[in-house]
Design a protein around this ligand. Sequence first.
Ligand SMILES: Nc1nc2c(ncn2[C@@H]2O[C@H](COP(=O)(O)OP(=O)(O)OP(=O)(O)O)[C@@H](O)[C@H]2O)c(=O)[nH]1
Ligand SMILES: [Mg+2]
Ligand SMILES: [Zn+2]
Length: 356
Amino acid sequence: MQPEYFGYNADLETYRQNNGLAALDFGRVIAEHKERYVVKTERGDLEAEITGNLRFAARSREDFPAVGDWVSLNIYDNDFAVIHSIFPRFSVIKRQAVGNSSEVQIIAVNVDYAFLVQALDRDFNLNRLERYLTICYASKVEPIVVLTKADLTTAESITHIKEQIKLRAGDKIPVVVVSNISQDGMDILSGFIKSGKTYCLLGSSGVGKSTLINNLAGISQMKTDAISTSTNKGRHTTSHRELIVLEHGGILIDNPGMREVGIADACSGLQTTFDKIAEYAADCRFKDCTHVSETGCAVLHALENGEIDPQAYENYMKMEREKEFYESSVEERRKKDKVFGKIMKDYKKKDIKNRR
Ligand SMILES: Nc1nc2c(ncn2[C@@H]2O[C@H](COP(=O)(O)OP(=O)(O)OP(=O)(O)O)[C@@H](O)[C@H]2O)c(=O)[nH]1
Ligand SMILES: [Mg+2]
Ligand SMILES: [Zn+2]
């Protein structure tokens, strides 16, 4: 398969030529299983490991390959390879890992668009949608909202939900309504998929992400939940992220459903989702206004006048707190790293002395 088919482009080729990587093979990570990777190359899909150097040099999770990465590698057999380095990423989708204060989880990299999938029956939730939008803006990934299971609800309810989205998120974000059962809307969704571009599917478990991929691919690529989801709450069908290439172009990344969407470094992302709040905030009397109880707070004023939706405000404040929490834990981690670095330095000094 030509690498352009799975997303290779002129920028990547320039990087490869300019960084002495032309003699090595290259490919794209399509799956990851605990430091073992599957890489798609011109010579087919290969199992790969990383070099010891890459592992030792890694300072955090972000220094390891992730699904969507372009990597340079040495192919040893026709089915085994070793990854030497990771090409620079043009986008990184990450979130705060659940239940752990500082661990950041990479969802996927080098993604152009995110399909934010919510089911129209009982899964639909505006606050959650706002969280996903925030992650998209922070990751420099363009969002497309996909509402599934249209067959399980009424036309009125769909219209209502679309209006709600418009009110909260504006009308710049595309919203596509589909049914995996009747196939309604599938052609519209296909129309959004461009050859050579990468699309990541994000959403709760059971909303139909994998079914959607199977429908778009026209074959059963992904395992889906065939049993009624109501008897299966909380069970995830997809257990690993996986990148697949559509026959007529377009690259899709399937993800296990997410129970919670944590905000990692969403600084600028928060502002775009809450344009309106951010605009008011510029008029607050104090530059560092927290919009909680300050006098001269333009946000609180707008809230009182009903110009800002109370739910959007609450959601904004909640995400701001999470962002602060994340930022402080990053700071703590840096301090710890520094202390550890000093301990190691002292230890080495002593070691040298002792050897003398
Ligand atoms: N009625 C209806 N059912 C659907 C639709 N799309 C998916 N389903 C059903 O919903 C269930 C879950 O679908 P999956 O595709 O496995 O969901 P998922 O989002 O991939 O879930 P995880 O892999 O756990 O994240 C399956 O039983 C599907 O048949 C739809 O548009 N309408
Ligand atoms: Mg799935
Ligand atoms: Zn304020």
